[in-house]
Design a protein. Structure first.
Length: 369
């Protein structure tokens, strides 16, 4: 049998060529994998960029919606505020007019009534001294009406009536000062008069009750000049803050009723001063229930309230914030649970149209503490 045996050189060449082929196939496969990986990486980068772009667009859209919601809420507050002040103005104008006219008539005539009464009593006394000329019927009538008691009590009644009439006149004046219906434009006013008018309207809530003492109001007024402002709106700020202070004090009174060592004395402290030579600061503090940090964060948010349904709209302090902002000022609240709350308000003595005032108000706000 004939057998063919490959030559060694030829065998080596075949093996070498086979190795090269395998290597070529390997390199080809590796190159394809590298190209695939590069393409996949490129697609991943592209997708990630698209995700980032989409996320950025969503954030922009969310910010736009938040701004639109904020503007809508502010517009709603402004609308409510305008309507509220309009209704209040009409109500106060009507009440003040209807009460003021008759009370002025009563107050003006009380002096004449007192004078005429004294004259009549003098005539009766003259007759009394002429006892011999008095008939039995006249003598009996004098004893029946208790003339001596009338002579003593009537002047007291007239003084009491005059005091009541003066009180009504003060309330009417406070109503007019509070709403400032005739002052739609900015005017220089006495801030202390506005605070006093507000306290006058809250007097019924401040005075002692049957089951507890009254709320003490301490006024530490500084030497303030006339402040240029929208007085009616500023008085509304005082009303909102003082009303909240009374609410907090009443809540604290309810809490302390159950405590054996009840030594709670409800107090509101009002301080005013001039600082930085051109700014007026008003502080209104109470020793009521106080608030935690979470509540303080949302205190000036529209429609935020901690009061039960039907007792608060959540607009009082947000409206107050907008009013102070309109005056190019700043308002800040500090509070601690169980210790009380303090509101600090700063407004310029003179209003300016310059934007720099707005910038100053921010720095003033930072220094209210």
């Amino acid at each position: 049998m004939l057998s063919i045996v490959p030559a060694p050189a030829y065998t080596s060449w075949v093996i070498h060529q086979g190795s090269l082929g395998i290597l070529a196939i390997g390199l080809l496969a590796t190159g394809s994998l590298a190209i695939y990986l590069l393409m996949s990486l490129g697609n991943t980068v592209k997708i990630e960029q698209q995700v980032r772009d989409r996320t950025f667009q969503l954030k922009e859209r969310t910010a736009e919606l938040e701004n639109a919601l904020h503007e809508l809420q502010q517009a709603q507050i402004q609308l409510i505020q305008t309507e509220k002040m309009s209704c209040l103005g009409q109500l106060v104008a009507g009440v003040a007019h209807e009460i003021n006219n008759p009370i002025n008539f009563i107050y003006g005539n009380l002096n004449y009534v007192g004078e005429y009464t004294q004259n009549l009593i003098k005539i009766v006394e003259i007759y009394q001294h002429q006892e011999s000329q008095l008939t039995a019927e006249m003598q009996e009538k004098l004893e029946e009406i208790e003339l001596e008691f009338i002579k003593e009590d009537l002047p007291k009644i007239l003084i009491s009536m005059k005091g009541g009439a003066e009180r009504i006149r003060e309330i009417v004046l406070s109503l007019r000062n509070f709403s400032r219906l005739d002052e739609a434009e900015m005017k220089s006013v006495n801030i202390h008069e506005g605070i006093d008018s507000t306290l006058m309207l809250l007097q019924n809530r401040l005075k002692p009750k049957a089951d507890c003492g009254g709320i003490q109001v301490i006024k530490e007024y500084g030497d303030l000049p006339s402040i240029e402002c929208w007085a009616g709106q500023l008085n509304q700020v005082f009303m909102n803050i003082l009303s909240n202070a009374v609410d907090a004090l009443e809540s604290q009174l309810e809490i302390t009723k159950t405590q054996l060592d009840n030594v709670f004395s409800p107090t509101i402290l009002i301080q005013t001063e001039i600082f930085n030579s051109t700014w007026a600061r008003m502080r209104i503090a109470d020793n009521g229930t106080g608030m935690n940090e979470e509540i303080i964060k949302h205190l000036f948010d529209p429609f935020f309230t901690t009061k039960p349904v039907g007792k608060g709209t959540g607009l009082g302090l947000s409206v107050a914030y907008k009013i102070i902002e309109k005056h190019q000022g700043a308002i800040e609240c500090k509070s601690a649970v169980g210790k009380g709350t303090e509101f600090s308000i700063a407004i310029p003595v003179r209003q300016k149209c310059d934007r720099s005032v707005s910038k100053v108000s921010h720095s003033i706000g930072a220094n209210l503490k």
